[in-house]
Write a protein that binds this ligand. Structure first.
Ligand SMILES: *Cc1c(COP(=O)(O)O)cnc(C)c1O
Length: 401
């Protein structure tokens, strides 16, 4: 099928929940993808921070193929070796003691919310249920996770929303102090807000949040669905700050492109769940966990995280230089390969123009260009992307709108 045919069939049969770009990608390799007409693109979207090892990484595709021939699914009625192995890897590389597997970021956060409530009811008292989250946060699209998300645009039209959530401005410690009330049981944050516009937590804030949680007996939950797994130049984003959570969540890059999510908790918090409290039919199935094992082996043992740190810094420095050149760049933000360039003009035009020149980028909030490329990109890939981006920014600068 050609692009036009794929678009027409999508429009006819797929529910219209996405404002899609008129592009149909059919193949990928490393940091490059090809459309249905065979046109090549340098991919700085990376499946929305999913394809951190690049597209179709041979170790991941090989593991999936081998596991698919052996055993794909048996259910959690039984013990599953790849699930146990992947949990061990994640526990050995984090502050967590135990892992619950699911299939997506929203499900991981849903599990975190349930665990926090269960823990609080057991250990803090019957009216402890409220979770404080940040404005501009993003935690997913289920009813509980759109409610946890501190942006009304995701909530409108779906009322009544579940109870027990409260929002505070990000990086404002006094606001959090004031928000903690008699029902509060947990604070949930992204160490780097992704969808909200690429905002990094400050070290002082995170340290202060942890101290408030300690004093008030609250659980600290991190949503590392986007910023975790090497994205910021450390395996987990919180490791930059040395402020460990009680619970954290992963998904996006965990399966090297294959769908899988995880909710992880310290032993103390994890023990609030008993058999029957939470479950997922597909969660932790052999196929997803085999993909996750191969992906995490690459990430942890093949220099992928260090590459993200090094190339990310190179990229950010170059973007900072650009900000001196164009008046309409108001800020360059982010860490590792989760970078944002805020514009004082609409950024969607730049996305389209970059795509026409063979570079895929993404824009959040209509004015923040977001770069979340595969973590395996080189300085040369960054140079190629910057050459295209500079050409596009020149056009916009000259009023070529
Ligand atoms: C993408 C994302 C989610 C939701 O993940 P899904 O897999 O789409 O459910 C949750 N939290 C953060 C921080 C995300 O970036």
């Amino acid at each position: 099928m050609n692009t036009k045919e794929i678009i027409a069939m999508t429009s006819a049969y797929v529910m219209h929940t996405y404002g899609r770009i008129p592009l149909a990608l059919v193949r990928g390799e490393g940091a490059r993808v090809w459309d249905a007409e065979g046109r090549e693109y340098l991919d700085f979207v990376g499946g929305l921070a999913v394809c951190s090892l690049g597209h179709c990484h041979p170790a991941v595709t090989q593991a999936i193929a081998a596991q698919a021939r052996t055993l794909m699914h048996v259910s959690n009625l039984y013990h599953i070796e790849p699930q146990a192995r992947l949990a061990k890897v994640l526990v050995e590389n984090s502050c967590a003691g135990k892992v619950f597997f699911c299939n997506s970021g929203a499900e991981a956060n849903e599990a975190a919310i349930k665990l926090a409530r269960k823990y609080a009811k057991k250990n803090l008292g019957p009216d402890k249920y409220e979770i404080i989250t940040a404005l501009k946060s993003f935690h997913g699209r289920t009813l509980a996770t759109i409610t946890a998300t501190g942006q009304t645009k995701y909530q409108q039209g779906f009322e009544p929303l579940p109870q027990g959530f409260k929002y505070v401005p990000f990086n404002d410690l006094n606001a959090l102090k004031e928000a903690v009330g008699p029902h509060t049981c947990a604070v949930m944050l992204e160490p780097v807000q992704g969808e909200g516009g690429v905002y990094e937590v400050t070290p002082e804030y995170l340290t202060g949040v942890k101290e408030i949680c300690r004093q008030q007996g609250l659980l600290l939950i991190y949503d590392e669905v986007q910023c975790g797994l090497g994205r910021t130049g450390k395996f987990l984003a919180y490791q930059h700050y040395g402020v460990e959570p009680d619970i954290f969540t992963l998904a996006k890059a965990l399966g090297g492109g294959f769908p899988i999510g995880a909710m992880l908790a310290r032993e103390n918090a994890a023990s609030a769940f008993s058999p029957g409290d939470h479950a997922s039919t597909f969660g932790g199935n052999p196929l997803a966990c085999a993909a996750g094992l191969a992906a995490m082996d690459q990430m942890l043992n093949r220099g992928v995280v260090d590459n993200a740190a090094r190339v990310g810094e190179y990229f950010k420095n170059k973007l900072a230089l650009l900000s001196g050149r164009y008046k309409f760049i108001s800020e360059v933000r982010g860490r590792g390969l989760l970078l944002g360039v805020e514009l004082s003009v609409d950024g969607r035009e730049a996305v389209v123009r970059c795509q026409d020149r063979g570079l895929l980028i993404n824009c959040v909030n209509n004015n923040v260009l977001r770069f979340i490329p595969p973590l395996i990109i080189t300085e040369k890939d960054v140079d190629a992307a910057l050459e295209i981006l500079t050409g596009v920014l020149d056009e916009i600068n000259h009023g070529g709108k």
